[in-house]
Design a protein around this ligand. Structure first.
Ligand code: 13P
Length: 251
C-alpha cells in the first residue's frame, strides 16, 4: 500500500492564542478534506484549546509538541497524554532536536515519552537527526541508529505502525540550509532499512518518514519526489498560511 503523504507544521514557541487561532482557521479553510494526504499542526500548549476550536469539523490533525509518560502527578511543567487527548490531540512530536540539544532530553527519555504516548493512544512523531559536527565526523548513520534503536526500544510491531519518523538534520533547522534532495533521500533510505531490521520489511515499508529542516514552498516539490520522503515537518514556513498551504499542496 502506498504511504499517504503527511505534512506537519511545528509552530514551536510562537503565536499568541488569537494569532494561533487565526492561522488555524486559514489552514482549516484551505488544507482540509484533502483525502490523499494528512495535514497536522502542532501549536504551543497554551494555544491548543483555541486551535482545537478553530479547526473543529475539519480533518486537520492536532498535535502536542511534547508529552509526559505519566498520567498525572508531581511532574511540574509537564503535560500528560490524557491532557493532550482532552484538548483534541491525537498525535505528538517527540524528541525534537530542540528538546534534545537545549533541554537535555536523552534517547532514553525520548523513549519513555514515546512509549507513554503510545500506551495512551497518541500517535508519536519521533524526531531524529545529526548535528553538523556529527555529519562532519562521518558518524551520521551511527548517531541516527542509536536515536532510532533506543527511541523505539520496547515498541512492538502492533504499536510501531502508529509511529511517524521525522528526519531533521540539526544543521538544517531554521538555518535556511536544506539537506540536498540526495542527502535527505540517502538518510531516509537508511532509516527505512533500519526499520526493516528492527521490525519486518512490510512494516518498514508502511511507516512514513518525514523530512524537516528549512522546508519551504520552493523546495517541497523536489523533496517529495524522493522515493523514501513521505512528507515534511515544517517550522518557520508553517507559520504563514500561504506558505503552509503551498507546502501541503506540493506538486
Ligand atoms: P524550520 O522549518 O524552521 O527549519 O524548522 C524545522 C523544524 O524544526 C520542524 O520541526
Amino acid at each position: 500500500m502506498p504511504r499517504k503523504p503527511f505534512i506537519a507544521g511545528n509552530w514551536k514557541m510562537s503565536l499568541a492564542t488569537n494569532e494561533a487561532s487565526q492561522l488555524a482557521m486559514s489552514i482549516a479553510s484551505t488544507c482540509s478534506d484533502l483525502s490523499d494526504r494528512d495535514v497536522l499542526i502542532a501549536p504551543s500548549f497554551t494555544a491548543l484549546h483555541a486551535v482545537a476550536d478553530a479547526i473543529k469539523g475539519s480533518d486537520i490533525i492536532l498535535a502536542g509538541q511534547n508529552v509526559c509518560w505519566e498520567e498525572q502527578g508531581a511532574y511540574t511543567g509537564e503535560i500528560s497524554p490524557a491532557m493532550l487527548r482532552d484538548l483534541g490531540c491525537t498525535s505528538v512530536i517527540i524528541g525534537h532536536s530542540e528538546r534534545r540539544t537545549l533541554f537535555g532530553e536523552t534517547d532514553q527519555l525520548v523513549n519513555k515519552r514515546l512509549t507513554g504516548a503510545l500506551a495512551h493512544g497518541i500517535n508519536p512523531i519521533l524526531c531524529v537527526g545529526e548535528t553538523l559536527e556529527e555529519r562532519e565526523q562521518n558518524i551520521t548513520f551511527e548517531v541516527l541508529e542509536k536515536q532510532m534503536r533506543i527511541g523505539l526500544d520496547k515498541v512492538d510491531e502492533n504499536s510501531a505502525h502508529h509511529i511517524v519518523i521525522a528526519y531533521e538534520p540539526v544543521w538544517a533547522i531554521g538555518t535556511g540550509k536544506t539537506a540536498s534532495n540526495e542527502q535527505a533521500q540517502e538518510v531516509h533510505a537508511f532509516l527505512r532499512q533500519l526499520l526493516a531490521q528492527i521490525y519486518k520489511k512490510g512494516l518498514a515499508a508502511s511507516i512514513r518518514i518525514l523530512y524537516g529542516g528549512s522546508v519551504k514552498p520552493e523546495n517541497i516539490d523536489s523533496l517529495m519526489v524522493q522515493p523514501d520522503i513521505d512528507g515534511a515537518l515544517v517550522g518557520g514556513a508553517a507559520l504563514n498560511a500561504q506558505s503552509f498551504e503551498r507546502i501541503v499542496k506540493f506538486k
